[in-house]
Each structure stands twice: as structure tokens, then as C-alpha cells.
Design a protein. Structure first.
Length: 445
């Protein structure tokens, strides 16, 4: 994409004006900017690939958004939002350039519509309602409280860990409804569902969860593979596009239009369903929408939506799907919940130095909860080695979204256990947090 694009609006602004820019995917920044604030940008190429919109350069002279941009004049005049004319089609790149006391908005790649509202928050609420209606988002549902293995066990998780924590949930009376086994149970991305020997038996872990009366959940990164993986070596024609690097290896996206890839995904998700797993965290989903050559003549967005629909059809409507690292607007109507921020807690960052890095986008995207999906603020970590545990729990609680925790329960101190039980016991509302349901006004720009 190059050039200035099509001018779609101009807004006269005052000194207190601000601009909201939506990001491409879960880990992209999304927030409001005063007109003298620099926009968040990637420092390295892999960061652009894995956290911003691959193949789309960031303008040096504009605030840039993917799909939704709002200008609030800051002087009492109405705010204006720009969003896709077709919420299930291509996602426009939107740019807002400051020109003296005006902001000029341009669109690239897809037609847009505009909405006017009394202020910025109302404009985002109206945009959310319009997107949900246009994409046919079904009534939303909560899965209950979730316990996740990741932030305690990382890739070293075993079936014994899961069985032990399930027993602790009962003994300590922790109100967990879903036990989600995160990354660490497979040999790696591009190894289908081959189990990591050190994990033990996935069947044993799932059976223990279900025998306790809880739902079994699993982590998968279905839309990308390691370039040195079995799938990549045996099926190089399945690959499309650079997907960055993780797990110590270069990554490639999968061509979701290729019949072999589609058959592979159906088999994998049929096996997941046969195990009795009905909660699936789909991670690193940006790999399905990368720019690149494909078997069928579809864009990245079209290929991604076809892949997500394939998964939904394979697991059935009863399975709860959580998107993560996912292109946001292309996921409309295809997931139940969506991570709306980067990871909160990282090994080595337990002192809190990076522990609240998800706060900016989580708070920026509060308008999405109850409209587009149930928002996922990421897990609360309640052990004493994470000093901002109470602060993060309160931020996550205010987000209104999915409630999940990630500790070995019998290691928690009294304060951590109390925090965990209280957080999971406080059922969030499924209703929107920002503004009431709105009546949308405005037309195509």
C-alpha cells in the first residue's frame, strides 16, 4: 500500500483534541492520543510482523489505525468515527494527519462509513454496535472462571501438574469452571497434535478435568508453523508469508485456502473435540492473514475468515473459542472471546517492570466488550513474587471480560488465594462497559 489514499473526512479541532487508533491484532497498541503525542511504533522488523499489520507500513506523518479511527475535537463538537463499510470484508487502513487546526482522514484498501456521536467514548460505542450488527455477532456468553497453566508452568507443564491443581481447586474451594492446558503439551507448532513426551498423557489430564465436573480447555496455534517443523518440511506448498520468530525458530504462516491445510485443520480439531475438549484458545492467529501467495485467489483477510469458519464448523457451536494474537476485525462473529492486549506476565519480569504492559490496550479496547466479543484481559497472577498482583487484578476486573488465573494454587499465600477466589467469584457482566446500546447515525463517506 502506498500513497495518500482517499480523503474521507476533515474535522476542525481544538487544543484538547484527541485521536483513537485501533490496531490490527490482539497485541497491537490501541489507545487515544493527544495531537502532540507520538504514536506507538515497532522498533524492529519482527515486531511489525508479530504485533502490527504485516505488509503495511506506518506513516511518518499521521496517526494510523486498522479498521477504526475516531477524532474527538475536544471542544464540545461531535466526534467522528470511521470504520469499514462492510465489517466482514477488507479492513481499511486509516490515517489522520494534523493540518493546523484540522485533522484530515484518509482511507486505504476498503470503503468506509462514518458515524457521529457526542464525544469520543460514544463514537466508539456506536462504532462497536455498527460493527457487531454488520457482522451478525451472535449473543455473547461467558465461560465461567478459567484456570490456565501458562504463567506458572510455561512449556514445562505436565499432566501431573494439571491433575494436582484440579484436586487443589476442590480442596481450596476455588471456583474454576474451565481448566485450560496451555502451550507445552505438544512437540511444537508444525507437529500436528503430537504430544511432548515430558508432558505425559493429554487424555489423563483431560479426563481428570472432566471427572471434576469442569470443562477442559486447550491451547493451539493452528495458523502458523516453525520453518524447520515436520509440516514445513513435508508440505512446503502449504506455507505463505513470514510470521516472525518464536520458540527459538523462524515461523511461517499457513495457506488457509490450500485443500491440504484445510483437511489437516479439520482432522486436528476433530481429534480435539473427540477428547471432550470444548474450550479452545487459538493463539498466534495473525499467521492466517499474512500477505503472500495462496492456492486460491483470496486476500489474507478472506483466507483468514475462511479458516476461522472452518474451525468453528469443525468444533461445533457449543465449543468456546478464544482468539489471541488475532486480526481483530477479521475475527468478528467467529470467536466468543478475544485477547485485547499483550501478555501481562513474563518470566523474568516478576518484579512488575513489564508486568502491566497490557494495560494500555486493555483500557483502550473496553468499548469492545459486550459488543464484539467477551474481552480477555489475560490471566491474573496472584503469587507474592508478582508485586502488582492486586493492581493488575483490579485493572482486569474493570475490563469486565473473561476471568482467568494462572498459579499453582497450593503455592499461593493467604492473600494470593483470597485474591484468586474473590476475582473468580465476581462474575462480570456481559453488557457493554462503554455507553449504552446505541442507535447509529451517519452514512458512507
Amino acid at each position: 500500500m502506498s500513497g495518500i489514499g482517499t480523503e474521507v473526512g476533515e474535522v476542525r479541532v481544538g487544543p484538547r483534541a484527541r485521536v483513537y487508533t485501533e490496531g490490527w491484532q490482539s497485541w497491537s497498541p490501541a489507545t487515544w492520543y493527544a495531537l502532540d503525542q507520538p504514536q506507538h511504533r515497532p522498533d524492529l522488523g519482527w515486531e511489525h510482523t508479530m504485533r502490527f499489520r504485516p505488509g503495511t507500513a506506518l506513516a511518518d506523518d499521521a496517526y494510523q489505525a486498522e479498521g477504526v479511527l475516531v477524532v474527538d475535537p475536544g471542544d464540545g463538537a461531535p466526534a467522528r468515527a470511521w470504520l469499514p463499510a462492510d465489517p466482514t470484508g477488507e479492513v481499511p487502513t486509516l490515517r489522520a494527519r494534523v493540518r493546523g487546526d484540522h485533522v484530515v482522514v484518509t482511507a486505504h484498501g476498503a470503503a468506509v462509513r462514518t458515524i457521529e456521536a457526542p464525544d469520543g467514548a460514544a463514537a466508539l460505542a456506536a462504532a462497536g454496535d455498527a460493527l457487531a450488527a454488520g457482522a451478525g455477532v451472535e449473543p455473547l456468553r461467558l465461560p465461567g472462571g478459567v484456570w490456565c497453566t501458562w504463567y506458572r508452568y510455561f512449556e514445562a507443564v505436565t499432566d501431573d501438574d494439571v491433575v494436582r491443581d484440579v484436586a487443589a481447586m476442590d480442596r481450596l474451594e476455588v471456583p474454576v469452571d474451565v481448566v485450560q492446558i496451555d502451550d507445552g503439551w505438544t512437540l511444537g507448532v508444525g507437529e500436528s497434535l503430537a504430544r511432548r513426551p515430558s508432558f505425559g498423557s493429554l487424555e489423563r489430564a483431560v479426563d481428570a478435568v472432566r471427572a471434576s465436573g469442569r470443562r477442559a480447555g486447550i491451547w493451539l496455534a493452528p495458523f502458523l508453523v516453525g520453518r524447520d517443523s515436520t509440516v514445513a518440511r513435508e508440505h512446503p506448498d502449504w506455507l505463505t508469508g513470514d510470521a516472525g520468530e518464536n520458540w527459538g525458530t523462524a515461523l511461517a504462516g499457513l495457506d488457509l485456502t490450500h485443500p491440504g491445510v484445510r483437511d489437516h485443520l479439520v482432522r486436528c480439531f476433530a481429534e480435539i473435540a473427540e477428547l471432550g475438549i470444548d474450550y479452545v484458545k487459538l493463539d498466534f492467529l495473525y499467521g492466517g492473514a499474512l500477505p503472500g501467495r495462496r492456492h486460491a485467489d483470496l486476500t489474507g483477510t478472506e483466507a483468514y475468515r475462511s479458516g476461522m469458519q472452518l474451525i468453528r464448523d469443525a468444533v461445533g457451536p457449543q465449543t468456546y473459542l478464544l482468539g489471541c494474537g488475532a486480526p481483530l476485525l477479521p475475527s468478528l462473529g467467529l470467536v466468543d472471546a478475544m485477547r485485547v492486549s499483550p501478555d501481562t506476565y513474563h518470566e523474568g519480569g516478576q518484579d512488575g517492570s513489564v508486568g502491566l504492559r497490557g494495560q494500555l490496550s486493555l483500557e483502550g479496547r473496553t468499548w469492545q466488550h459486550g459488543r464484539l466479543w467477551v474481552t480477555d484481559p489475560d490471566c491474573v497472577v496472584a503469587r507474592p513474587s508478582f508485586p502488582p498482583r492486586h493492581e493488575w487484578a483490579e485493572i482486569a476486573r474493570r475490563s469486565g471480560g473473561l476471568r482467568s488465573v494462572s498459579d499453582r494454587l497450593d503455592e499461593l499465600d493467604d492473600a494470593g488465594l483470597a485474591l484468586t477466589i474473590d476475582y473468580l467469584s465476581d462474575t462480570p457482566s456481559i453488557e457493554p462497559l462503554v455507553g449504552a446500546r446505541t442507535t447509529v447515525t451517519g452514512g458512507a463517506a
